[in-house]
Design a protein around this ligand. Structure first.
Ligand SMILES: Nc1nc2c(ncn2[C@@H]2O[C@H](COP(=O)(O)OP(=O)(O)OP(=O)(O)O)[C@@H](O)[C@H]2O)c(=O)[nH]1
Ligand SMILES: [Mg+2]
Length: 201
């Protein structure tokens, strides 16, 4: 694996820490788009065409241009610093693929729950899932063109989130924006682990 390597004192070569992050959220919220935008390697995708048979099940309102859906996962990688590499796993958005989540989320440090304010309730299954597992997560509102903008507190309230769960705005198509979301998640996850294990005095 071609990790970025950094020279340590004494000539040792340090291997960066690899951390697994999930990109979750409802159908068509922009998970595959975000993994593709931030990944520095060509992302692995498992897209299948949306078919007419699925019309009644797959609600594309708001994302009418969408022709495919993720059926297993997305995978990408981003180097945050010389010491830290993130492996990104995008989940499938449809409830019928929920059975895959346990395997996908094994060993994950945290999750980004992408939300679309036009279809906010679609991210409830992801939020419930991470709350139940105790996986640190943040909510990233993907600002689709034409969608009404809400204050972060409104989104927090509407989703009935623990006040400690950060809500951030993003554009899933922009690399810099996706990176900011991931950094916000890392900071939140670090805070969560400190809260869970306060230093012994
Ligand atoms: N305008 C706009 N369109 C977006 C944005 N993010 C994604 N899209 C479009 O919205 C559609 C859905 O994007 P995907 O990335 O496939 O969504 P997904 O969450 O991976 O979908 P599933 O895997 O099927 O659940 C695509 O047609 C994207 O081009 C965004 O930030 N703004
Ligand atoms: Mg997808």
């Amino acid at each position: 694996m071609d990790y970025e390597r950094s020279e340590q004192p004494g000539g040792r070569v340090a291997t960066p820490t690899a951390v697994k992050i999930l990109i979750a959220g409802g159908f068509g919220v922009g998970k595959t788009t975000m993994v593709g935008a931030v990944s520095e390697t060509r992302p692995l995708r498992t897209e299948e065409l949306l078919t007419e048979v699925g019309v009644a099940v797959d609600d594309v309102s708001g994302v009418e241009g969408k022709t495919t859906t993720t059926v297993a996962m997305d995978f990408g990688r981003i180097t945050v610093s010389k010491d830290l590499v993130l492996y990104l796993f995008g989940t499938p958005g449809q409830d019928r693929f929920l059975f895959m989540w346990d395997e996908l989320s094994l060993g994950a440090l945290g999750a980004v729950v992408l939300a679309d304010t036009r279809r906010l309730a679609d991210c409830f299954p992801s939020i419930d899932y991470f709350e139940q597992r105790g996986t640190p997560f943040i909510v990233a509102v993907n600002c689709f063109d034409g969608a009404r903008r809400y204050a972060m507190e409104e989104v927090q309230l509407a989703l009935n989130l623990d006040p400690e769960v950060p809500v951030v705005l993003c554009d899933a198509r922009e690399r810099a924006s996706g990176k900011d979301v991931l950094i916000a998640l890392l900071q939140h996850a670090r805070g969560s682990s400190r809260r869970a294990a306060p230093a012994a005095r």
